[in-house]
Ligand binder design. Structure first.
Ligand SMILES: C[S@@+](CC[C@H](N)C(=O)[O-])C[C@H]1O[C@@H](n2cnc3c(N)ncnc32)[C@H](O)[C@@H]1O
Length: 254
């Protein structure tokens, strides 16, 4: 059987992504950091690239956004996001399309890409960064999270909370290679995911190529004591390991 494309992968897995509260590892270890970094969004225009079924948008909307647009290239994910919006309207608009060639006739104060780049090659990430540069208002911010680059090489067994098959490659030789994996929800259900590997320097080089002149704020995220208190069995295998990286970079003012 051939490897599904990313939209096919997400169309098929879409129902397992739907959540109204944290359930995935990164719902605890990464997304809360994104919400905190976003801060008050009173009157702000926000674009969420690779929005999936809308979990991040739904959490961001109550922070006061004036305009909130989510974009994803999986029709299954966008349909679910739109259904949630229809059921409980928060004023979120969902667009079906690729973040690599998005053209919106408006600017945003904050652009998010929460675990999008791990589905893209370095070249595709460059294309998204061009889009981000184009859509970001002067003085706007771009916040993105990715799996920590060492994530697929932690030699973890194929068991919860996550696993990636490094295909016998190493940290450097795996650049731009698509590695397949699986993440587990806290209720035991597993979801297929993938990681087009990029070593750490690839992100800095891409931001520089895209013309982001300010240094990004970079935060490496992991399991905390709070997580261990909540569910020791689930989080303990990952204690002390680098799991995700959050980048925040600002566009220059005119
Ligand atoms: C790991 S999921 C994260 C979804 C959401 N950001 C969240 O945090 O719940 C990655 C999402 O990126 C989307 N995606 C992958 N490649 C994309 C592309 N080129 N353009 C838009 N979305 C894309 C997938 O369809 C999927 O919904």
């Amino acid at each position: 059987m051939s490897t599904p494309t990313t939209p096919e992968l997400y169309d098929a897995a879409a129902p397992t992504w739907v959540r109204t509260e944290p359930i995935l590892l990164s719902d605890y270890t990464a997304r809360p950091f994104v919400f905190e970094t976003a801060g008050s969004l009173e009157g702000q225009r926000v674009l969420d690239l690779g929005c999936g079924e809308g979990y991040v948008c739904r959490r961001i909307a109550p922070l006061g956004t004036d305009r909130l647009v989510g974009v994803d290239n999986s029709s299954g994910m966008i349909e679910l996001a739109r259904s949630a919006e229809q059921a409980s309207p928060l004023g979120i608009e969902y667009v079906l399309g690729s973040a690599t060639d998005l053209q919106l006739d408006e600017s945003f104060d904050l652009v998010l890409a929460v675990f999008l780049f791990n589905y893209l090659t370095c070249k595709e990430m460059d294309a998204v960064l061009e889009v981000v540069r184009r859509q970001l208002a002067p003085g706007g911010r771009f916040v993105f999270t990715v799996p920590h680059p060492s994530f697929p090489f932690l030699n973890r067994p194929a068991e919860p909370p996550f696993f990636f098959d490094p295909k016998g490659l190493d940290y450097f030789s795996a650049q731009d290679q698509q590695l397949e994996g699986r993440i587990w929800r806290r209720d035991g259900q597993s979801i297929p995911v993938r990681c087009v590997h990029k070593p750490m320097d690839a992100y800095f080089e891409a931001l520089e190529r895209a013309g982001f002149e300010n240094m990004p704020r970079v935060t490496e995220l992991s399991v905390t004591e709070e997580h261990l208190e909540l569910d020791f069995e689930f989080f303990a295998p990952l204690r002390g390991l680098p799991l995700h990286v959050a980048f925040e970079v600002g566009s220059e003012r005119d």
